[in-house]
Design a protein around this ligand. Structure first.
Ligand SMILES: [Zn+2]
Ligand SMILES: [Zn+2]
Length: 1209
């Protein structure tokens, strides 16, 4: 308990004292009063423990113990005397276990003062000063000197190479000369407490010395040196050489807080960004109002100025510097805005500044001492010779780092501790950043020079306002900023092409808006954002996550070589990622009536989003490797499960990143912490474990299944359990290990290789993952060799005992049915290797009899493909939402999952167009119902995905497509290239499309995304312009929907147009279906003409014309209708028939199935030339873009084409 004692005071006196103390900080309470008598010896610790304690601090001791104390006034002769302390405060540390210190408020009363009456003061008659300083020979005589003068400066206590010392400066009376004196004997360090600026002292027994490096001269104390008050009668004054002359203390002014703000206001005006500023040297008196960061030596004075003591090493452990204390700062640097994000102006105390405690705090404010050793703040400050801007940035990074991760690693794993040979996580994180930020040219710091140089030199003199080069904020802040960025400047019309949107009905329009995403990289943030997090895996969401104290962030990790991420050993490790894609999936619930309302955001009903990050394992830096999970559960042990895997048959493992990681891992946990926190191992607890090696031959997706969690056998609440299952091949037999760390290479494989006989040691099993074991979902992959480890178990039959047949025994007719094994919560999964990395012999023996097949996309598309379940990999070209097929009834799972808050409405299905490689014409569509999408992250255009066990289907148009079913599974092989294309790409943008011939198109390859032909428009077969209701698609006429039963409330019509035209390119003929704006282009109408035409249709509802007929069948308008007449004549006009450049895709849903017809001979006309060509059946194409052909281009293209054609014939 903090307390104070004032023996001689009345209650009123105490109250007045406390009241005054509270004036500065009204929120704090004063120290409570106690009535204890304190009697003890004052000592500098010299007799305690050799010289270990002599660190320049003072102590009060009695026969029961010793406690540090801080005095405002101290006389050297008090040392080793017994005192009664009438007035003192006891300040405990915030950490209750450590002892606090005493603040001595009033001079102690001696009980038995040993009067050390000095003998006559030794007077040394110095040789002529000039000779003294110039002649080397005289110095070698080592004659002891006495120097007297006024104390002008007293430096801070410093400790360098385990030697504690300080400098003081005496000004000679006769001249303005001041001489430096180095005080370095342990018994003299107590002088530091008694010295008072402006008083006169004489110091005896000094030697003259000079610095090797700079040759600067100074006096240094000897063992016989004494510090004496100066008495003029006893001393003979010597004038010193002119070499000292000209030195004078720097001019400095004493500022009050008010004056300070005046200066600052002036400075604001003249401040220029990014220019080097010179700090002003000032003096200042103020109250400590807050401790900003004790480890970093940052204090807040008067609520407005930050005092930085870091450059002075903080050797007195900042005792006395509690809120409420008054300090005087002499010759400190004033830095106005060293760091953009730092809110205060900074007073930086350098080695030539003096910090004097003027009065103790009367408040009950806590004291937390800075770490005396291994203080990473100070360590890095001195190692990299940081200026104030970089130091403050370092402090902010470290503060955030500690705040975010100390809860994970606790006190035993000091993240912040600095060890030269064993850097902690924070140091691993910061050192590269500092190296990048500190210019190489920076000289190493010369502290003697800083202290002694006549012209002051120190790291605080000049500074440039720093814009932090990077940031590492908490994960909750990352999510918040990412979310903000993703909605910032978002407008629904961004997601749609302006030409398409005006023809969309309500449903389609809103569906296109429902799901979108954006990706952010480190550089999308200002400053660059570095992700840090502890890798966790959630059994609730079965996803990998980065975690800190504030939040979690789901992540998708891939390998650059395409192998899946399976590093089970990485769980619990602290990772740093600088190259990543932060994905924000946006979910919008809107009911825009039509495109015209897109700017009115009232129609946005709900906005949701989910954020996750994806990155490559190769871009991960492990800042702190986790101890093996199993070890953790067995109690802390000084071991690592990671290091065992080198050597043996698995030499290939060494080249993997896994091997790289091992090097990153701490070679040995630091012994100090190990002693402190190693749990006492209970001898009774067994460390033995049983392991079983297996190969994954099939993995199914996560979904609700009809299983029961163990321990809920009572039949009540037979709920569907979220689960996944995997078919595995047991390799070898279960093995017993005395400790998990002893698990060796892969002896099971050698065994099965040498075994030779198949079937004896191999058996299939169906692993069932539920509850907590769901956490293994992201790690378990096809073709991976894994090991189950059952901790604290010695029963080799543990796996057999838990197995059960998947169906009741009476139905179990076939013996080949694999046994079902529910994976227990306590088991650990350990990834060993991939089958592809096994030595050939072992791999072959494992693979024998395995039927594992991954098809290619053309194989899946081919008509000859048999089988309904397919696995293949491909790159996502496009991701679109479509309506779920109405025929599919929503299953039970749908309703359950909907309750759990799926972000996409259940009526949606996602269509992924997957191609073999970018630009490949072969595309396969994969449909995934929105209910499955909850657990599927990373399905973004550009990503390469391995799809497993999809159901292959054939549409009524004979198109092959795949759907994601319960047993399906996806894994992400590679992430999209860093910059993703905009969600839609307006047709025709792709100018690199090369020209093809109609005859070269193969109708059986239905999935040609886009191609271009130069063709001749032969005629327009049908043309129809309509206004349709945006809700029900009925004809919309004169501002109303024409549907009557039931009446439609819609007030919005959407214009739509379609046309079928015939084109030929000399090698073949094709029927082209054009829609909307392409119709205008086909007809050669300008936008204005098209607009006018459509407006004319508005009153009519619909206009259609058909080729070769006077009146169109099914037309609603009279034959005399002007618009119909106009369109008919337009279609018949010879001007329509012209050469065009047509971008198209094959119509994948033609109204009739194409029958391969016989080749025919047809007449064609190209310019003035007529020729005959053999053509196949008419192709059906979808128009994507129409371009007029310039005359020059046409003749160029034609000549080129003729050459090619003739070479064909
Ligand atoms: Zn300085
Ligand atoms: Zn309607």
């Amino acid at each position: 308990m903090p307390c104070c004692s004032h023996l001689t005071w009345s209650t009123n006196e105490f109250k007045e004292w406390a009241r005054q103390g509270q004036a500065a900080l009204p929120m704090q309470s004063a120290l409570p009063r106690t009535y204890l008598i304190l009697v003890g010896y004052l000592t500098d610790g010299r007799q305690e423990n050799k010289e270990k304690l002599v660190d320049g601090c003072l102590y009060v001791k009695d026969n029961t113990g010793i406690i540090p104390c801080e005095l405002l006034h101290f006389e050297l002769e008090w040392l080793e005397s017994l005192f009664l302390f009438p007035s003192w405060s006891y300040i405990p540390q915030t950490d209750q276990s450590a002892a606090g210190y005493l603040e001595i408020l009033v001079d102690p009363v001696p009980v038995n003062l040993v009067k050390k009456v000095p003998d006559s003061i030794p007077v040394t008659y110095q040789a002529s000063a000039k000779t003294l300083l110039t002649s080397r020979s005289l110095c070698k005589k080592r004659s002891k000197l006495t120097v007297a003068g006024e104390l002008t400066r007293c430096g801070p206590l410093l400790c360098i190479h385990h030697k504690t010392f300080f400098f003081l400066f005496l000004k000679c009376f006769a001249s303005a000369v001041w001489v430096p004196v180095l005080v370095q004997k342990p018994s003299q360090l107590a002088w530091h407490h008694t010295l008072q600026l402006g008083r006169r002292y004489a110091i005896t027994g000094l030697n003259l010395t000079s610095l090797k490096k700079s040759g600067q001269r100074m006096f240094v104390t000897s063992d016989s040196s004494c510090l004496l008050p100066y008495c003029a009668e006893q001393m003979r004054e010597q004038s010193l050489d002119s070499a000292w002359q000209g030195e004078s203390t720097q001019s400095s002014s004493l500022e009050t807080a008010e004056q300070l703000s005046d200066i600052l206001e002036l400075r604001v005006e003249e401040e220029r960004p990014r220019s080097t500023k010179e700090s002003k040297i000032i003096s200042y008196v103020g109250f400590v109002t807050k401790i900003l960061n004790i480890q970093a030596g940052l204090f807040l004075l008067d609520n407005k100025v930050c005092l930085c003591l870091a450059y002075q090493q903080l050797l007195n452990s900042a005792r006395g510097l509690r809120p409420g204390a008054c300090v005087e700062l002499i010759d400190v640097h004033l830095l106005q805005k060293p760091l953009v994000s730092f809110p205060f102006i900074v007073l930086g105390a350098c080695l030539s500044s003096t910090v004097v405690l003027k009065s103790f705090s009367r408040l009950s404010t806590p004291y937390q001492p800075p770490a005396s050793s291994g203080n990473l703040y100070l360590e890095l400050l001195f190692r990299y010779n940081l200026g104030m801007p970089l130091y403050l940035w370092l402090v902010s990074l470290l503060e955030t780092f500690e705040e975010r991760f100390s809860c994970f690693f606790g006190r035993c794993q000091p993240l912040l501790r600095s060890m030269h040979r064993n850097p902690g996580a924070a140091e691993k994180f910061l050192v590269p950043l500092l190296r990048a930020a500190v210019p190489d040219t920076e000289e190493s710091r010369d502290i003697y020079n800083e202290i002694l140089e006549r012209i002051h030199q120190c790291p605080l003199q000049k500074y440039v306002t720093l814009n932090p080069p990077c940031q590492a904020p908490s994960l909750s802040a990352v999510c918040r900023v990412a979310e903000q960025k993703s909605w910032e400047g978002f407008s629904p019309s961004q997601l749609l092409s302006p030409l398409e949107e005006q023809h969309m009905g309500t449903q389609e329009l809103n569906r296109r808006l429902a799901w979108s995403y954006c990706t952010l990289s480190a550089g999308s943030f200002q400053p660059r954002l570095i992700l840090l997090g502890v890798l966790r895996v959630s059994s609730r969401s079965s996803s990998l996550q980065l975690q800190d104290k504030s939040s979690t962030l789901s992540c998708v990790i891939s390998h650059r070589d395409g192998s899946p991420f399976a590093h089970t050993a990485l769980i619990g490790s602290l990772l740093q990622v600088e190259t990543y894609q932060l994905v924000v999936e946006r979910f919008l619930q809107t009911d825009f009536p039509s495109w015209e309302h897109l700017t009115n955001l009232e129609y946005v009903r709900q906005k949701k989003h989910s954020v996750y990050v994806q990155f490559y394992y190769e871009d991960v830096q492990v800042l702190h490797a986790a101890e093996g999970q199993i070890q953790k559960s067995l109690g802390r042990r000084n071991s690592s499960s990671l290091r065992k895997r080198d050597g043996g048959s698995l030499t290939s493992e060494l080249e993997t990143p896994e091997a790289k990681m091992l090097k990153l891992e701490d070679p040995k946990p630091d012994t100090h912490s190990d002693e402190n926190c190693r749990e006492v191992q209970s001898s009774a607890r067994t460390t033995s474990c049983v392991s079983q090696l297996f190969l994954v031959t099939q993995k199914e997706g996560l979904m609700l299944r009809n299983y029961q969690l163990p321990g809920k056998d009572d039949g009540e609440g037979w709920e569907l359990q979220r689960s996944f299952q995997a078919t595995v091949l047991w390799l070898g037999r279960p093995r017993l290990w005395s400790h998990p760390r002893e698990i060796g290479n892969l002896p099971e494989l050698e065994e099965s290789v040498s075994d030779g006989e198949e079937g004896t040691t191999r058996q299939e099993a169906l692993l069932l993952f539920m509850g907590k074991s769901l956490r293994w979902f992201p790690f378990l992959h096809l073709n991976g060799l894994y090991r189950f480890i059952v901790p604290r178990c010695s029963d080799l039959e543990v796996f057999d005992k838990l197995c059960f047949p998947p169906v009741p025994v009476k139905f179990l007719s076939r013996s080949s049915c694999p046994l079902c094994l529910p994976v227990q919560d306590t088991w650990h999964l350990q990834h060993e290797t991939w089958i592809s990395r096994l030595p050939e012999l072992a791999a072959r023996s494992v693979l024998t009899g395995m039927d594992q097949r991954i098809s290619s996309i053309p194989e899946v598309l081919s008509n000859s493909f048999t089988g309904s379940l397919v696995s293949f990999s491909g790159k996502i070209v496009e991701r679109t939402l479509c309506a779920s097929p109405k025929t599919e009834k929503p299953s039970v799972t749908v309703s359950v999952q909907k309750q759990k808050g799926s972000l996409l409405a259940s009526e949606h299905t996602v269509k992924l167009s997957v191609s073999v490689a970018p630009g490949s014409p072969v595309v396969l569509d994969v449909y995934i119902a929105s209910t499955y999408l909850q657990h599927l992250r990373g399905l973004l255009p550009g990503a390469t995905i391995l799809f497993q066990n999809l159901e292959r289907k054939i549409s009524r148009f004979r198109n092959v497509y795949c759907i994601y079913i319960a047993s399906s599974c996806v894994s992400i092989i590679s992430l999209p290239a860093s910059r993703l294309p905009f969600p839609f790409s307006p047709a025709g943008e792709n100018s690199s499309t090369s020209l093809v011939f109609l005859s070269s198109l193969q109708p059986h390859l239905q999935s040609l995304p886009q191609a271009r032909i130069l063709c001749h428009l032969s005629c327009v077969l049908t043309l129809s312009l309509q206004w349709v209701c945006s809700l029900c698609s009925s004809i919309f006429k004169e501002g109303r929907c024409t549907r009557h039963s039931p009446p439609c409330p819609s007030h919005t019509g959407v214009r739509q147009a379609s046309a079928r035209v015939l084109v030929e390119d000399g090698t073949g003929e094709a029927l082209v279906l054009c829609r909307n704006q392409h119709v205008a282009a086909m007809l050669g109408l300008s936008l204005l003409e098209w607009e006018a035409l459509q407006n004319c249709v508005q009153s009519r509802g619909s206009v259609s014309v058909q080729h070769g007929e006077a009146t169109g069948t099914g037309c609603v308008e009279e034959p005399e209708d002007l618009i119909a007449c106009y369109l008919r004549s337009l279609c018949r006009s010879p001007l329509i028939c012209r050469p065009i450049l047509l971008d198209f895709s094959l119509d994948r849903k033609p109204s009739k199935i194409l029958q391969p017809g016989p080749l025919q001979l047809r007449n064609f006309r190209s310019d003035e030339v007529e020729f005959v060509s053999q053509v196949g059946p008419r192709l059906r194409l979808l128009c994507l873009n129409v371009k007029e052909v310039e005359q020059d281009t046409l003749s160029y293209l034609n000549s080129k084409r003729m050459r090619r054609t003739s070479s064909h014939c």
